[in-house]
Design a binder for this molecule. Structure first.
Ligand SMILES: CC(=O)O[C@H](CC(=O)[O-])C[N+](C)(C)C
Length: 296
């Protein structure tokens, strides 16, 4: 990414977000279902044996578009969220530069990414709460929520704005370090993959996809433990965890052990690469188009 312009960052980030959702939602559904399936007692078989089984059961019972359940909420939420995220990253970079052409260190990119994580929380938290609740409604006969708007209304009726924003601390815990990792990895790989004597703006599609895909995977390496806690907190009935994420963590350690923090890691990683490769490609292509239409 070159010099940042807040308007262009915002628009290109939004396009990146749409690309990310379309490429990644099916595996996100599997991830949430694996993370929130009921714990098994000795002698019982788990609801899903793994990623493949969860995908097959979903397709068999709900059709292929069962994997796309709850997608309208992320498209509506992820588009502005990625717009704000890339805007936040641009602001974070600008705040650390003494002149617009000054190169940043990787630590500075990490800090700019952390700021992006803070920027996105106001949109991310309700979006994730609604998305997770819709994704775990597997059976259409016992559907509690008709869709994202209905879900938001019911949550508001039940517990006001606090209910809609349940999981804010968990979302910050996930996204601040993860966003730092995300942007730092992308910047680093772009630098590494740019051939000597060339400009990073000339980077090929395949190299942009590679840098974006790995940025997504490194983001999730950091994000997945708080994400497991967040998904459980956001989908539990009201009052289950009076002390929030700490209670979820204690319960998880007691009942399932530390490795449960990496539940759903396979679908997360399978989704992370294509989704974020698509996201950064969407961002870069849009940015190039905007630079062409509105040169600085
Ligand atoms: C945790 C998360 O939402 O990660 C985003 C990438 C993805 O795979 O969805 C990146 N970011 C946290 C920067 C929004």
């Amino acid at each position: 990414m070159g010099k940042s312009n807040p308007y262009k960052d915002f628009v290109s980030g939004g396009v990146g977000g749409v690309c990310l959702v379309v490429a990644g939602h099916p595996l996100d559904t599997i991830k949430v279902r694996l993370q929130t399936m009921p714990p098994i007692k000795p002698g019982e078989t788990p609801l899903y044996k793994g990623t493949f089984d969860c995908a097959m059961q979903t397709i068999r019972k709900e059709g292929f578009f069962g994997l796309y359940k709850g997608m309208s909420a992320p498209v509506a939420g992820v588009t502005p969220m990625f717009a704000v995220c890339f805007l936040g990253f641009g602001v974070g970079k600008k705040l650390q530069q003494k002149s617009p052409d000054q190169d940043l260190t990787y630590l500075q990119f990490f800090k700019a990414g952390m700021l992006a994580g803070v920027f996105t929380t106001a949109i991310m938290t309700p979006g994730e709460r609604i998305k997770c609740l819709l994704q775990i409604q597997a059976d259409s006969k016992v559907k509690k929520y008709a869709g994202p708007i209905d879900c938001a209304k019911q949550l508001y009726r039940e517990g006001g704005i606090r209910s809609i924003y349940r999981g804010t601390a968990a979302t910050l815990l996930r996204d601040v370090p993860a966003s730092g990792m995300y942007f730092m990895t992308y910047e680093w790989l772009q630098h590494v993959l740019t051939p000597k004597g060339h400009d990073r703006n000339e980077l090929s599609v395949s190299r942009t996809l590679t840098a974006g895909g790995f940025a997504g995977m490194f983001n999730w390496l950091v994000a997945i433990p708080p994400d497991v806690l967040k998904s459980r907190l956001q989908t539990a009935p009201a009052g289950t965890y009076p002390n929030g994420i700490r209670d979820v963590f204690r319960e998880l350690l007691r009942n399932e052990g530390i490795f449960a923090l990496y539940k759903g890691v396979i679908p997360v990683m399978l989704r992370a690469f294509p989704a974020n490769a698509a996201c950064f490609l969407g961002y870069e292509v849009t940015m190039k188009g905007l630079d062409w239409l509105f040169p600085e």
